[in-house]
Write a protein that binds this ligand. Structure first.
Ligand SMILES: [Ca+2]
Ligand SMILES: [Ca+2]
Length: 230
């Protein structure tokens, strides 16, 4: 396990506290990897979340509650097809991670392939996992867990066309990514996963969320696990 000095760890704490109204607690010792939690309710803006190259994000206040809104979909950058509009927290790598968030699509029901995505195990822009949660399910591109690996991508969920979970309402979404390669994706029902996968290629990485090619609202993002500053 990599180690960093206390000053670097304090710097990480300071930046996170300043950036996104965060609660972060430390296990013990001075090792870089700590049992941690980072929460974003977007009342202080986007904080440490950084925008992908395309897609337009803004903070919207809805009845007194600030949410992160992807108001214009992104465009494919070339190379392997991958999510185009997302927020990433590139300053922290996570291992044995649980990601919780709420999301609501801004697309009408007529957009059958409307989606939200959660990104994890993110190494760089062409090496990561994402789960695509849609109003469609086809076992290929919609309602899947995908591994993006350089010039290729591969559907890795073990389910055969799971029930498409995305409707017009807010959804509670949870992704649990264990360092042994176990991936579980929950939507609303936190007892039974919608999808699971087993893959060990990217056990450590950054976390993000957004849409493959649509628009949506997001709030109450909470990441817990073992954090390591990059
Ligand atoms: Ca909020
Ligand atoms: Ca879509």
């Amino acid at each position: 396990m990599a180690l960093i000095g206390w000053s670097a760890m304090k710097s990480l704490f300071k930046s996170i506290y300043a950036g996104c109204r965060t609660v972060l607690w430390v296990g013990c010792g001075l090792s870089l990897a700590h049992a941690s939690q980072v929460s974003s309710d977007f009342s202080d803006g986007l904080g440490l979340w950084e925008q992908s190259a395309t897609g337009t994000w803004e903070i919207q206040n809805q009845s007194g509650n600030d949410v992160a809104a992807l108001t214009a979909a992104g465009t494919q950058p070339g190379g392997v097809r991958r999510p185009t509009g997302y927020l990433l927290m590139p300053s922290i790598d996570w291992t044995d991670t649980t990601i919780d968030l709420r999301a609501r699509t801004l697309e009408p029901e007529s957009v059958v392939n409307r989606d939200v995505v959660v990104i994890f195990g993110y190494v760089d822009e062409t090496h990561f996992y994402y789960t695509h949660l849609s109003s469609n399910s086809d076992d290929r591109f919609h309602t899947i867990i995908m591994k993006v690996n350089g010039t290729e991508r591969e559907t890795i969920d073990l389910q055969d066309a799971p029930l498409a979970p995305l409707t017009d309402t807010w959804h509670d979404i949870r992704v649990i990514h264990a360092s042994n390669g176990s991936i579980r994706v929950y939507v609303d029902d936190m007892e039974t996963p919608v999808m699971t996968a087993e893959d060990t290629m990217f056990p450590v990485g950054s976390v993000g969320f957004g849409c493959f090619d649509d628009r949506a609202l997001f709030d109450d993002v909470r990441i817990s696990g073992t954090a390591r500053a990059k």
